[in-house]
Design a protein around this ligand. Structure first.
Ligand code: SAM
Ligand code: SF4
Length: 338
C-alpha cells in the first residue's frame, strides 16, 4: 500500500517526529539490577495494558503525523503472547518502513526466522557481559547460553545485530573490551550506554556525577584499541559511533545520562499502559489509553498526540525539572521501554 502523504510534524524546538518506541509489556523474565528490583516491579493488571488493537490504532495515527520507524521494547517483548502476528500487522501499516526491536534474547532465537521473513533488518540485543557468572549476577538469572543462541541465530539470518551494554562501575568494566572486540571478527555494532537512575527501586542507580560517563568510556576503549574514528550517524541517533581500524562493526557510546543528543531527538515513547512520553526523562505527558477508552475519534486522538509532541521539553534536563517530585529511580526502564 502506498504510504500516506504526510506533512511533517515539528516540535517547538524544530525537531521532527519520526520514530516511535513502543513498549508492548512491562513484564520481564530477567531482573537486571539497574532496571528492576529482585522481586520485580508492580506489574500493571492485564486490562490496564494496551491491547494490540489499541497499539495498532495509535501507531497508525502516529504514522499520519510523520512516524516512519517503530521499535518494540518493554519489559521483554517476547514475554507477551502473540508478538509475532502483532509485528506482522505493524509491518503492514501504511507509512511504517522500519520495524525493529530491542530484546534481552532469552526467548528470541525460535522467532528469528519469522523476524527475517517480515523484513526486520536490525535487532538490538542487550548484553552486558560474556561471562556466565557475571551475567547471572547482573540479571539474577542464568540465561547467557540462550542469549548467545539468539545472537548467533540473528547473525546466521543476516539480521544486523547491535549489542547494547550498560556500563556499570564495579560490575562489568572488565567486560567492555571483550564485548567491543566482537566487532573485530563479526559484523556487529557494540554500543555502550551510560547507566541511568531508572531502576524501579528507591535509590539512585549511580552517583550524581556518573563515574563511567561517555568521556571515560571512550578513553577506556582508546587505551586498548587506539584512536576511535568518529562516524557520521543518521539524524536523531542517540549513539556517537566510531570505527576501529581492522574491525568489521562499529562501537558506539550512548550518553543517556549526560544527555548530549537531545538537540536532534526525533522520537516519542508509548508505554505499555498507554502513556506518551516525549522525553525519556518526563513523567508521561498524555494518557492515550484514557482517550482510546473514552471513545474519542481518530481526529481527536491525533490532535492530542500532535499537541503533546509540539510542546515538549527542550531537553532531558528540562523534562526532569518539570517532574512534580523530580524522582527518577522509582520508575523502571521496563515500564519506559529504554
Ligand atoms: N528487555 C529488553 C532488553 O533488555 O533489551 C527491552 C527493554 S530494556 C528496558 C531496553 C534497554 O534499556 C536495554 O538495553 C537495557 O539495558 C536498558 N536499560 C535498562 N535500565 C537501564 C538503566 N538504568 N540505565 C541504562 N540503560 C538501561
Ligand atoms: Fe528486563 Fe530489559 Fe529491564 Fe533487563 S533491562 S530487567 S531484560 S526489561
Amino acid at each position: 500500500m502506498a504510504p500516506p502523504v504526510v506533512a511533517p510534524l515539528f516540535d517547538q524546538h524544530g525537531r521532527p517526529l519520526e520514530y516511535l518506541r513502543l513498549a508492548v509489556t512491562d513484564r520481564c523474565n530477567l531482573r537486571c539490577f539497574y532496571c528492576m528490583p529482585e522481586e520485580g516491579i508492580n506489574y500493571m493488571p492485564k486490562h490496564d495494558l494496551l491491547s494490540y488493537e489499541e497499539m495498532l490504532r495509535i501507531t497508525g495515527l502516529l504514522a499520519t503525523l510523520g512516524v516512519r520507524k517503530v521499535r518494540l521494547t518493554g519489559g521483554e517483548p517476547f514475554v507477551r503472547r502473540d508478538l509475532v502476528p502483532f509485528m506482522e500487522r505493524l509491518a503492514q501499516l501504511p507509512g511504517i518502513d522500519d520495524l525493529s526491536l530491542t530484546t534481552n534474547g532469552v526467548l528470541t532465537a525460535p522467532y528469528v526466522p519469522a523476524l527475517a521473513r517480515m523484513g526486520v533488518k536490525a535487532v538490538n540485543l542487550s548484553l552486558d557481559t560474556l561471562d556466565r557468572a557475571r551475567f547471572a549476577s547482573i540479571t539474577r538469572r542464568d540465561e547467557l547460553p540462550r542469549v548467545l543462541e539468539t545472537f548467533h541465530a540473528l547473525l546466521d539470518a543476516g539480521i544486523q545485530v547491535k549489542i547494547n551494554t550498560v556500563v556499570m562501575a564495579g560490575q562489568n568494566i572488565a567486560d567492555l573490551i571483550p564485548l567491543a572486540d566482537l566487532s573485530r571478527s563479526l559484523p556487529v555494532d557494540v554500543r555502550f550506554i551510560e547507566e541511568m537512575p531508572f531502576n524501579g527501586g528507591s535509590h539512585e542507580a549511580g552517583p550524581a556525577s556518573l563515574p563511567w560517563h561517555h568521556v571515560r568510556i571512550r578513553q577506556h576503549l582508546e587505551e586498548h584499541f587506539g584512536e576511535l574514528t568518529p562516524v557520521v550517524t543518521a539524524a536523531g541517533a542517540t549513539a556517537a559511533d566510531y570505527s576501529i581500524a581492522g574491525h568489521q562493526g562499529r562501537v558506539g557510546i550512548i550518553a543517556a545520562y549526560s544527555r548530549t543528543f537531545c538537540g536532534t531527538c526525533n522520537r516519542l515513547r508509548l508505554t505499555a499502559e498507554g502513556g506518551i512520553k516525549t522525553c525519556l526523562y518526563d513523567q508521561g505527558v498524555l494518557d492515550v489509553r484514557a482517550l482510546l477508552r473514552s471513545g474519542k475519534d481518530d481526529e481527536q486522538i491525533a490532535a492530542a498526540l500532535a499537541a503533546a509532541f509540539r510542546f515538549r521539553a527542550a531537553n532531558g534536563f528540562e523534562a526532569e525539572r518539570q517532574r512534580p517530585l523530580h524522582q527518577l529511580s522509582f520508575e523502571s526502564m521496563a515500564t519506559i521501554g529504554g
